[in-house]
Write a protein that binds this ligand. Structure first.
Ligand code: FAD
Length: 464
């Protein structure tokens, strides 16, 4: 019989909780798993709460991608498969001196056909002509900046009004300073001489697959995923301790001593599922260089304001799912989601419209404004964009401080350097989560699964 091993997971967000589940399920030897979470609740950047008479309206993520399997598989494993719902299919817009439908035939904003830009009012005739010569241009050297690449291929307008708003809205990013490798759909296009032709081929191949929803979420919101996941971890024997901020890790031979605000813990293997910047201080003792590199990660902050707008105030022609604002047109609002158009289960009985309005991104900090000021900025921008004065009956502020890790150009080379260094200085310590290999919920789940496998391998090596 092997002796029991201890695994500590640092961070109780989706990545940490899924790592704990994976270790509990996958470990070939007896294992005790403890999740240490700094705050007073699990879920990290995922939070759902009642709003405007509805039981569950998400305060941050409201959907996960279902075209990749990891989040959907986790939901099914947790018994939530039947409760997954999808957006209504209402179309999204770009606001540029008025609303313009986001053209079809694009791949993360990259035109996949000429008609993607030829037939829309979003671009000037000169912008359309510039984009049209893309297939004739020589190969563009990849310097790992999305903005640089797209501007060289298609010109300024396609970058500013299409690709930057779409990619920027997912990562709260400035795509000039964002790694192309971190957005594989765009990175894959650089292998071909023409991005337009390559995007066309990818879209054509995707069109052959059976039609299915692209996004999903449990009917009780993303919080249901966290709640069920935490319950499963505990039912399998795991321990979750909130209010336990890790401050230091010391290596003691083959094991580790972990200091936290909830006391000392020992571990044979550690999953670091806390954001890079927050993880840097407690890694100094085991690896000063890795800690220094992690401390240099940039994170953007976002304020998300949820509003309930009375039905009679809502302009009836606004039937879309919301809109994005390109950077040159931005004052403060970067995007607004018309939640009750996007989700059939977000329709209050009195017919109010649930709006979710985002402010702030990389290069546009809004966290120094107080709540009232942010709400006034949001309402003034909405008046400009929608042409109406909105007087919400209910407002909820969700501040997501340093929530979006920014994958600067050559992010993965930096990460590889850190992981290589830690493989020597701290064997059995692995990363999972948004700071590392993808910020979307599916990517966080995938990293957690891989972390679980690495931990199992490490524990097995200790008993050999
Ligand atoms: C406004 C917003 C909207 C989003 N929308 C979507 C969406 O629609 N779809 C999608 O797929 N993704 C979306 N995302 C991204 C996605 O939700 C996150 O990337 C993901 O939830 C991050 O999970 P994580 O576990 O890696 O990190 P986190 O959720 O940040 O969890 C890390 C945890 O570590 C804890 N911690 C930090 N330091 C310590 C320490 N020293 N000791 C112990 N614990 C510590 C933190 O308190 C936190 O709970 C959105 C994010 C935001 C902010």
């Amino acid at each position: 019989m092997s002796e029991q091993r201890n695994v500590v997971v640092i961070g109780g967000g989706i990545a940490g909780l899924t790592s704990a589940l994976s270790v509990l399920v996958d470990s070939p030897i007896p294992v005790s798993v403890t999740v240490l979470e700094a705050s007073d609740r699990v879920g990290g950047l995922i939070k759902t709460s009642p709003f405007a008479g509805l039981d569950a309206v998400d305060e941050a993520a409201d959907a996960f991608l279902t075209r990749v399997p990891w989040a959907s598989q986790l939901a099914s494993e947790l018994g939530l498969g039947a409760a997954i719902t999808s957006p209504t299919g209402a179309h999204a817009n770009i606001w540029h001196n008025g609303m313009h439908s986001i053209p079809g035939d694009v791949l993360m904003g990259v035109p996949a056909k000429m008609r993607a830009f030829a037939t829309t009012s979003l671009f000037s005739p000169a912008g359309k002509l510039r984009a049209a010569i893309e297939p004739l241009l020589p190969t563009t050297t990849d310097d790992d900046s999305i903005g640089h690449y797209i501007r060289k291929r298609f010109g300024r307008e396609i970058h500013e009004r299409l690709v930057d708003p779409l990619v920027g809205s997912i990562y709260a990013a400035d795509t000039d300073a964002f790694s192309m490798a971190a957005v594989p759909q765009i990175a894959a296009l650089t292998a071909s001489r023409s991005a337009l032709l390559a995007a066309g081929k990818t879209r054509k191949a995707a069109a052959k697959a059976p039609a299915s929803p692209i996004f999903g979420v449990p009917l009780r919101g993303m919080g249901a995923l966290i709640e069920t996941l935490a319950q499963r971890v505990v039912s399998l024997g795991g321990t979750i301790i909130t209010g336990a901020r890790v401050s230091d890790i010391q290596r003691n031979g083959a094991s580790y001593g972990i200091a936290s605000t909830s006391g000392e813990f020992t571990a044979d293997s550690i999953v670091v599922a806390s954001p890079a910047k927050h993880s840097a201080p407690f890694l100094t003792s085991v690896d000063a260089r890795a800690s220094e590199l992690l401390a240099s990660w940039d994170h953007a902050s976002v304020a998300l304001i949820t509003m309930a707008v009375p039905a009679h105030q809502w302009p009836s022609h606004l039937t879309g799912s919301g809109y994005l604002v390109p950077k040159p047109d931005q004052r403060w609002v970067t995007a607004a989601s018309f939640g009750s158009n996007k989700w059939a289960h977000w329709r209050p009985a009195d017919g109010s419209m649930i709006l979710r309005v985002s402010l702030g991104r990389d290069g546009l900090d809004v966290m120094h404004f107080d709540d009232d000021h942010l709400i006034n900025l949001a309402l003034a921008d909405m008046k400009l964009h929608l042409g109406v004065d909105l007087t919400p009956t209910e407002i909820r502020m969700s501040r997501w401080q340093e929530s979006f890790p920014q994958y600067r150009p050559h992010h993965f080379a930096k990460l590889a350097e850190i992981e290589h260094s830690l493989s020597v200085s701290a064997p059995g310590l692995v990363f999972a989560g948004a700071s590392y290999r993808g910020i979307g919920i599916p990517a966080c789940v995938q990293q957690a699964r891989l972390a679980g496998e690495s931990v199992a391998l490490h524990l097995a090596s200790l008993t050999d």
